[in-house]
Design a protein. Structure first.
Lengths: 164, 216
């Protein structure tokens, strides 16, 4: 292995001895990085960073991508012009559809009765006494408390005979 | 030009919306009377709804919103069914207020507490009968004690689960004559017990109790 003075005198060299010294001597690594930062990569075995295919190929690829995106932009802008026409078309479709639905409903015939599942709904309440012969009678209804409890209706009518 | 076409579209949409809101249905009845059906669905019509009866076809033409027509169709489908068979149990009891204490026959013990609440503690059973018939049929009950009940099996109302007992005439044989005591029309919910009491006034010492139960 070469001496530190020899290394510092040939710091830009790519000789195997110089590189070996660079990898093993921390003080000389610090010195070499201060002279040229690329020396750090050389110390870890790296070479100069060059994209695959070379810099020119990389640059032309980037430029072609830019041109493709510029070519796509006018087409997208053309679609943005259409909303008014789309809205008008939608309105016409809705109007025609609504009219057709109304016509269908108005002309449809009576559907055959459909037996539906009976849902348990609260029953309507009717008076027990719907009509009674006398308008002057007083009728008092006492509804049942549910279950087997009886409903009681009393008719108080002066026109009734005493010996019922 | 654009404004005109926009206006036309709006007009067309409004017209179609109004047209679509009301529908017309014709209901033809097989078993029930269209007039009765009209009475039944009156409460179901909306403010925009209308109907007309066609007596010759026993039909009802109903115009209303679709959601209302749905409910009306359901009600009329349940209404227009073949006459159903029912049984009506009738029992007559002479009720009085006895100072000497309660007197209740064994067969009337089921209703004695209810009548006791009304102050009637002395009961005499006047007889009972079970009458069967279909909607529209007459029903007659003749009891050996001289009482007689005539009525008609009226329409069954599915909404209230009740049978109408139409023109119930209660009469009493007095000598050679049959005297009518009262005439009424009752709505009896199926399976429930009804005690219909008739008396001159709240202080009367005597009342006639008619116990009724309608069953399928």
């Amino acid at each position: 292995m070469i001496q530190c003075e020899t290394f510092r005198a040939n710091v830009q060299s790519r000789d195997a001895d110089v590189l070996e010294h660079l990898r093993k001597c921390d003080a000389c690594l610090d010195y070499a990085v201060s002279v040229d930062p690329d020396n750090f990569f050389r110390a870890i075995g790296g070479e100069e960073l060059v994209p695959p295919g070379g810099i020119d190929a990389f640059a032309s690829d980037v430029m072609s991508q830019i041109r493709v995106r510029q070519a796509e932009a006018p087409g997208a802008r053309r679609f943005l012009v259409a909303p008014r026409r789309l809205a008008a078309a939608a309105a016409i479709i809705v109007a025609i559809g609504g009219g057709w639905l109304g016509y269908e409903r108005a002309t449809q015939t009576v559907a055959p009765p459909v037996i539906q599942a009976v849902h348990k709904q609260p029953l309507a309440t009717k008076p027990v006494v719907e009509t009674y012969q006398s308008q002057n009678a007083t009728i008092v209804e006492m509804p049942s408390q549910g279950g087997s409890d009886a409903n009681v209706v009393m008719i108080f009518d002066d026109s009734l005979p005493a010996d019922l | 030009m654009k404004r005109v076409s926009c206006f036309a579209i709006v007009l067309l949409m409004a017209a179609s919306a109004a047209f679509a809101s009301l529908s017309v249905h014709t209901f033809t009845f097989k078993y029930k009377d269209a007039n009765k059906a009209a009475d039944m669905i009156k409460p179901l019509l909306s403010s925009e709804g209308s109907m007309s009866i066609q007596p010759s076809a026993n039909a009802l033409v109903v115009t209303d919103r679709a959601e209302n027509l749905k409910a009306i169709t359901k009600a009329l489908t349940e209404f227009d069914v073949a006459p159903q068979a029912f049984r009506v149990f009738v029992r007559l009891i002479a009720a009085g207020r006895a100072k000497e204490g309660p007197r209740v026959p064994e067969e009337d013990k089921d209703i004695a507490p209810k009548l006791g609440m009304l102050g009637f503690n002395s009961l005499d059973d006047l007889g009972s009968a079970d009458v069967s018939g279909r909607e529209g049929d007459p029903g007659i009950v003749t009891l050996p004690t001289g009482y007689r009940a005539d009525f008609k099996f009226g329409d069954f109302d599915p909404a209230s689960d009740s049978l109408k007992v139409t023109d119930l005439r209660l009469s009493k044989q007095q000598g050679d004559q049959l005297t009518q005591l009262l005439k009424t029309t009752l709505n009896l919910r199926i399976g429930e017990t009804y005690i219909v009491g008739a008396t001159k006034n709240a202080q009367s010492p005597r009342a006639l109790m008619i116990v009724l139960v309608a069953r399928r």
